[in-house]
Each structure stands twice: as C-alpha cells, then as structure tokens.
Design a protein around this ligand. Structure first.
Ligand SMILES: [Zn+2]
Ligand SMILES: [Zn+2]
Length: 125
C-alpha cells in the first residue's frame, strides 16, 4: 500500500466518510485554499469518487498533463481494478506518457478507492 501525498495540505481523513460528506468537505476545503484540486478524492464535476470517473474525457488536460501523453498528444488509458486497488495509466500509442500530474491523479485514485471501501460503497450514479 502506498501512502498518499496529502501530508502538506489539510488532511481530511477520508476513512469512514460517505461520498456526499467527503464531497462537501473537499469542496469547502478547496474553496478555502486548503486543498489542492489534485489531492481531491472526490470529483465535483461528476459527483463521484475520483477513481469512478477518472476515465471520463473531462479528466484529460493537455495543459497540466493530467492523463495526457505530450509526445503522442494522446489521452492516457486508465485502468482501475477495484478488487486489487491497482490504478494505472498509460498511453495507448507509446505505452508511457507519465507526468507528475498523472502520477498525482493515480495517487488520488488509489486513495479514493481505499476511502470508498472504508465507507459505504456508494456506487449509485
Ligand atoms: Zn469526474
Ligand atoms: Zn504516448
């Protein structure tokens, strides 16, 4: 198990928080400048855990390079294994495409997977 990189910001302790509760907490913390959007475990656009909607095209950003391979100008393919907790991203063209932004996104996805398991399995859309 890897630890998250949330240490420098306010630690919200997502364990045992339900999705709607954590979503609201993270919205507030982000508005107050205490939480980086990269460190969120929930997605305010989709209203889901980040690992549940990270495959959406909305989560691709060529500027920040979230889920983006610059060499190939291609969105990275996301693989989320809810059973093992494994989250990977790779470019469908070159097989690489790593970036600091994508690494952070992967970290957030792993943390949200763990948080979703710890709380209620809120899978409803
Ligand atoms: Zn989303
Ligand atoms: Zn590539």
């Amino acid at each position: 198990m890897t630890t998250t990189t949330l240490a420098s910001t306010t630690r919200l302790n997502p364990v045992r928080r339900t999705l709607p509760v954590l979503l609201a907490l993270e919205d507030e913390a982000e508005d107050l400048g205490r939480l980086s959007p990269d460190d969120r475990l929930t997605c305010h656009v989709h209203g889901r855990w980040i690992h549940q909607c990270v495959a959406s095209p909305v989560h691709v950003n060529p500027i920040t390079r979230h889920r983006w391979c610059r060499s190939c100008a291609t969105a990275l393919t996301v693989s989320v294994d809810e059973l093992s907790g494994a989250v990977t991203m790779s470019c469908p063209r070159c097989g690489h495409g790593e970036s600091a932004a994508s690494a952070r996104l992967i970290t957030a996805c792993r943390a949200s997977l763990a948080a979703a398991r710890g709380g209620t399995a809120a899978r409803a859309a």
